[in-house]
Design a protein around this ligand. Sequence first.
Ligand SMILES: [Zn+2]
Length: 386
Amino acid sequence: MRATIYTYPWDLTDEGIDSALDTIAHTAGLNSVSLAQSYHVSTYFLPHNPRRPLYWGEEGAIYFQPSAAFYEESPISPLISNVVDDPDYMRRIADKIRERSLDLTSWLVFNYNHYLPQRYPDAAKRDPFGHSNFAQLCPASPLVRDYAHALCRDIAAQFQPDEFHLESLGYLHFSYGFRNPKVGVKIAPFCELLMGLCYCRHCLQRAGALGLDGEHFRADVAEFLARELASEPTPQDLRPPSAERLAAAFSGRLQTFLDARVETATSLVEEAVAIAGQAGARASFFGSRDRIVNGLDSDRVLRNVYMVNAGVGGEPDSVRTLRGEFPADTGLSAIVHPGGFADGDALGAHLTALGQAGVNGYAFYNYGLIRRAHLEWIGTCCHLWK
Ligand SMILES: [Zn+2]
């Protein structure tokens, strides 16, 4: 059974790669490292990191030296993190993971990125009023699609991971990536949905292929929102919009727009999964699979995905319900936060319950964010996956 731990590369190199991997393999008894190679901004509390207990992370960055050849068709030039202090930074980590016979998973965050939208406006998600979203890339943009392909191919060639862990390849919801948000009033869910859709020229063009006058639709949405957002929502407005309301909205044009988004986002995930497969690697998935918000057709997205990592309770029903959403061959790994448990016994009881409920793996979060005692607790439970 796959028992992995999400890991940031700087937590390995700050401590010493050998020492940290010994802890992962022997103290925690794990068999896989899910290593961040493309990641979003965060501020990190790292309780056992000897160099930086508090780390102000960079904007969306990659954690390896890219190979120029793979990006010739992708004008996007990613931010290379300043932790990458020499060209072999990531290769050294990957080699040492493999030397220990640990599985290497490339953990890749795509469209959640605060660096690229400001530098490449044609890659950014755009609201109905024409403003760029500075936290999200749009999966309809050819720049974004070419970059995602290049990133996957480059990773496959340079590091030959056993698995690609794909995160945020679809559309992201309205508030994803807000910073220190100032939102002082209630927003009706229907308005939030409309504001959270992307109206960039690529999204409008793709909807145009389904017969929608995208620019006219965008203008109508903007006019509707300008009126609605200025008014306090009624109790009726605060209910989530029904499928019937969505189907009828804007004379059916919203539904056409949503349908175009499903093809856009779902096909991009399928393409990344295919690149992983062509490289001989498995693909796994993390994140929401909402058809309306994320534009993802769950069945298509997961058809060739071998594992979904997700937070799930230890009750058999919750595991069964979530597993029931997946194709028959797609497994479920429980994401577990050991730092949230009172002691090792409590963690052990939870992991045992998850195992009895039928999970197919464990994904611990995260090497740098928990204490050494938590890694020892994990180790006392390794009979569950060994
Ligand atoms: Zn777009």
